[in-house]
Design a protein around this ligand. Structure first.
Ligand code: FES
Length: 634
């Protein structure tokens, strides 16, 4: 088959691809990540490119007539047939915007700062030890290694002391170079200690670790100083696996294709390495000084990260290959840190409750408390855990990506330019919005969507089924080919120059998502024969922006109508738990324990969840007695 070159602008990079390759694939080969939330099915309309010249065959897909006439195409539906020159608009790029990392405490239900160690002892998984060894003599002629081991035993309870062949090869010269003074980087895992790194003399260099949250949509890395336990720096970006699909199911399907699993694994490792590179360069730290990494992600993410086939996760009876993952060396995975560094993955509970949730439970302390706590991660998979120190039950309600901006016309993640707050005047229907970073709006994130839905209901623009009312007189409510939509921000005031709207379809998606979350809560409670009144504390995690309006979340029926003081927001608990395990060996061991202790409730068995879901697909609910205060306000 003949090859053609595709040149991408403004990056000015060219790749050679075979006839029939999609532009989406060509862009990815050129290192350009495009938004492609539908995984190349042509339905999301995000992968828009402009073909400036050359031979391509253009397919259909979800693209407006206006864009088409202006020369734009969908990258996933366009195939290369000859040399081509292509322009990539800013809006279509995945890496353009950095993930919001810091939740500043403003507004209602701001993020609660967790105690760094959550009651666990500071005992990092890795540390540096300076040793002065006795010099060998003719009468005291123990080997180099036994000399080192004898001294190291003073510092560790571990009976087994290991060293890799690579380090063993370096040992004799390092010992003599430092005149029998040596700095050893020692890691202790599961009762076994290992010499990870050797430096002659007293090293002034520090030892670092990585806490990694592998989210389906985004990946966040914290670089941690293992001497102090402090975060040196953090960074986050989109998971490059997104181009193979928005959710875990489409990625599991892709993993089944030829080379699919390998591509997915490389995509996430590429994402992590990209972040690590930037963190190390900015802080002038060498890759060899990073000695351990702890990752937390859902069960599918953990499988894909380690290259374990995830196929059976989505097939009845939904079984993962394993729920506890072996430690792996960085060099085996190609993570760009010290090749001998250990990479640890948080254990999972079941196919749809993974290490990110175990990590959250570890750091939120619910498993150590007498209080009955409900922990909810409001994201695509919608995992939740109910319980206390005696028992824990978990489930995943598959809320869909709506609260992370997926499947919503102008939905986006909580990052600069996202609308996070909406006010609507009840008389004029005029709208005021607040964006993250106070810049021109580009889209709307989870907290903005919750706000918006609640306000549209409160001022009567939509009814309890989510339909737009007929007699509303405002130019903001208009009819299009695809149904009605409400204009939140006019094009003249937006970053993209287009009107930012919420369509009837968006509202339906949001109602389904919020219905799934509430149905999950009810199912957990019913299973243990309890009701919301018995819950002492509700901890919310999720990638919201600077704030989550709890009042609005209750008004739309996303969260239970209980005393507001019971609510706490902890932001990204997955990364916090990973960091905790990194700096505390007891916490790391407790994570293993938690994974085993949690019961998993499979919601697809029986009709309970479905019945609850149908009842919850109203605003706020079909049973208004569940939402006394919300009903009063509307
Ligand atoms: S339309 Fe191309 S990836 Fe979704």
């Amino acid at each position: 088959m003949s090859k053609h070159s595709v040149l991408f602008f403004p990056d000015n990079v060219a790749v050679q691809v075979e006839t029939g390759t999609s532009l989406l694939r060509a862009a990815s080969l050129a290192g350009i990540e495009l938004k492609s939330t539908c995984g190349g099915k042509g339905t999301c309309g995000r992968c828009v490119l402009k073909v400036k010249e050359g031979k391509v065959s253009v397919g259909g897909g979800n693209i407006s007539a206006k864009l088409k006439t202006a020369g734009y195409v969908l990258a996933c539906q366009t195939r290369v047939e000859g040399h081509a020159v292509v322009e990539v608009p800013r809006d279509s790029r995945l890496d353009e915007h950095q993930v919001l990392l810091d939740n500043k405490p403003v507004g209602l239900l701001a993020e609660k700062q967790v105690e760094e160690l959550a009651g666990y002892e500071f005992q990092p998984l890795c540390r540096k030890i300076y040793l002065e060894l006795d010099k060998p003599t003719l009468t005291e002629n123990a080997s180099d290694l036994s000399r080192l081991q004898a001294e190291l035993r003073k510092y560790t309870d571990c009976r087994d002391l290991e060293i890799s062949l690579d380090n063993l090869r370096k040992l004799p010269d390092i010992l003599r170079e430092g005149d029998w003074k040596v700095t050893v980087t020692l890691t202790s895992l599961n009762g076994c200690a290992e010499v990870l790194h050797l430096e002659p003399g007293r090293s002034t260099k520090k030892s670092y670790g990585l806490a990694v949250d592998i989210g389906t949509t985004t990946v966040v890395v914290n670089l941690v100083d293992l001497e102090t336990g402090q975060i040196v720096d953090k960074r986050g970006t989109y998971n490059r696996q997104s181009r193979y699909g928005d959710d875990v199911i489409s990625r599991i399907i892709y993993a089944g294709e030829e080379n699919g699993l390998e591509e997915l694994q490389q995509a996430v490792i590429g994402t992590i390495n990209h972040l690590v590179d930037k963190l190390l360069a900015k802080n002038e730290i060498k890759a060899e000084d990073v000695h351990v990494a702890v990752t937390a992600g859902n069960t599918t993410m953990a499988h894909l990260f380690l290259g374990i086939p995830p196929k059976y996760i989505r097939l009845e009876p939904y079984i993962p290959v394993t729920s506890s993952f072996p430690p792996v060396k960085a060099k085996e995975l190609g993570i760009a840190i010290n090749p001998e560094a250990w990479i640890l993955s948080f254990p999972a509970v079941a196919s749809y409750v993974g290490g990110d949730i175990v990590s959250g439970v570890l750091v939120n302390g619910m498993a150590e408390s007498d209080e009955l706590t409900l922990f909810i991660d409001i994201g695509t998979n919608g995992e939740m855990v109910l319980g206390n120190r005696d028992w824990l039950i978990s489930c995943a309600c598959s809320a869909g990506p709506a609260f992370e901006g997926g499947g919503i016309t102008y939905g986006m993640r909580a990052m600069t330019g996202a609308i996070e707050r909406v006010e609507i005047d009840p008389r004029s229907y005029e709208v005021q919005v607040a964006t993250i970073g106070n810049v021109k709006p580009m889209g709307i994130c989870g907290s903005g969507l919750i706000d918006c839905l609640a306000k549209l209901l409160r001022v009567g623009i939509i009814d309890r089924t989510g339909q737009f009312q007929k007699d509303i007189n405002t130019p903001r409510l208009r009819e299009t080919e695809d149904g009605k939509e409400f204009v939140l921000v006019w094009g003249k005031d937006t970053e993209c120059g287009k009107d930012i709207v919420l369509t009837e379809g968006d509202i339906k998606n949001l109602i389904r998502s919020k219905g799934a979350v509430f149905a999950g809560i009810q199912s957990l409670l019913k299973t243990v024969q309890m009701d919301v009144a018995q819950i002492d504390k509700i901890i919310i995690a999720g990638g919201f922006g600077n704030y989550l309006n709890i009042e609005d979340a209750i008004q739309i029926g996303l969260l239970p109508d209980v005393d507001r003081s019971k609510y706490e927001f902890m932001g990204n608990t997955s990364i916090k738990g990973a960091k905790l395990a990194l700096i505390s060996q007891p916490a790391y061991r407790q994570a293993e324990e938690l994974g085993r202790k949690m019961t998993y409730l499979e919601l697809s068995v029986g009709t309970m969840f479905m019945d609850e879901f149908v009842s919850a697909c109203f605003l706020p609910h079909t049973d208004l007695s569940l939402f006394p205060s919300a009903t009063k306000q509307s």
